[in-house]
Design a protein around this ligand. Sequence first.
Ligand SMILES: [Zn+2]
Length: 64
Amino acid sequence: MTINIAALDGLTLPGGCDHCQAEQTIKAHAHGSRIHAVVITHDHGCPWYHGGNRAARRAAARRR
Ligand SMILES: [Zn+2]
């Protein structure tokens, strides 16, 4: 069985992060591409919001 992930393109689901109310969106790399990625959008206060770099995590830790 083949899952037609193209039909899911642009679909947004809750979740994807243990630290915030993130959303994950399924995106095609290019129009008609068979390669898809799941893009996770974090809340602004999430330590992973800026790509999870160390400075962002330190900044988030300071706010707690
Ligand atoms: Zn997050």
